[in-house]
Ligand binder design. Structure first.
Ligand code: NAD
Length: 249
């Protein structure tokens, strides 16, 4: 197929965990996928495994000043982007009174401000090239209260608000904006939070009607759906992919 006819996606944090699973699904569906991350070796390994449709690009999204050039370099080298998945994120488990202002700002910088800056830059190009689809990643932390993750909760709650604000402003111009709220998914991030805290893990699973952790691929499937034409009339939603955790008793 001619390169220009194949859709181009950006997946942040595409070298591991949920981002990697989203990238795998996109590549399997024939979507050229730029994965952005800080560790180029990790990204290169992913690209070697997934093949030419997976394009590694090094970038630290917490460096806001570098984002405009990062986006224009991607577009000048690989063409217009029609899908953006804001997946990269960090977490910190700490009791409320011990979280410093620096801790709080660091989490918000990566999980929220960088998502805004990257989306703004990508959307400018999407508007010039016939629209697109933006997918943000929230969390159960934005559906109900989880202790010891104050900054993460603030960032993910804001992501859901921003999804709706972006959807109403951008949908009339052909850009759908949606959000996936993963439940407890087996990745490095969740194992850091749960593996040495059996009580927390029990609590998470106990209120998950399906009774097991989700797989990164479950989020990949949802992202592929929201990115594609099958979701052409869907915008502004927060889709839980959580085995029922968010409605669990
Ligand atoms: P992960 O730690 O395995 O992956 C996160 C990725 O983001 C990594 O590749 C990391 O390098 C990248 N990243 C972090 N900071 C970055 C930066 N400044 N610049 C570029 N890349 C950066 O975690 P995951 O579990 O795969 O999480 C992916 C997303 O899903 C996150 O937004 C997370 O909050 C969300 N999430 C995860 C779960 C879960 O149970 N695992 C649940 C809810 C939401």
């Amino acid at each position: 197929m001619e390169q220009g006819k194949i859709k181009l996606a950006i997946v942040t944090g595409g070298g591991s965990g949920i981002g990697l699973a989203i990238t795998e699904k996109f590549v399997q569906a024939g979507i050229r996928t730029v994965i952005i991350g800080r560790d180029i070796q990790k990204l290169n390994n992913t690209s070697e495994k997934l093949g030419d449709l997976c394009i590694p690009v090094q970038g630290d999204l917490s460096d806001l000043n570098a984002i405009p050039a990062l986006v224009s370099n991607i577009i000048s080298q690989h063409g217009p982007v029609s899908i953006l998945v804001n997946n990269a994120g960090i977490n910190q488990k700490k009791i409320f009174t011990e979280v410093t202002d620096e801790d709080f700002q660091r989490i918000l910088l990566t999980n929220l401000t960088a998502v805004f800056s990257l989306s703004r830059e990508v959307v400018k190009h999407m508007l010039e090239h016939g629209g697109g689809s933006v997918i943000n990643i929230s969390s159960m932390a934005a559906q109900y209260g989880i202790p010891k993750v104050i900054a993460y909760t603030a960032s993910k709650s804001a992501i859901e608000g921003m999804t709706k604000a972006m959807a109403v402003e951008l949908s009339p111009q052909g850009i759908r904006v949606n959000c996936i709220a993963p439940g407890f998914i087996a990745t490095d991030m969740s194992s850091k939070a749960l593996d040495n805290d059996p009580e927390r893990k029990h609590k998470a699973l106990d209120r998950t009607p399906m009774g097991v952790l989700g797989l990164p691929a479950d989020i990949g499937d949802a992202a592929l759906f929201l990115a594609g034409d099958g979701a052409r009339y869907i915008t502004g939603v927060v889709l839980p992919v959580d085995g029922g955790n968010s409605i669990g008793f």
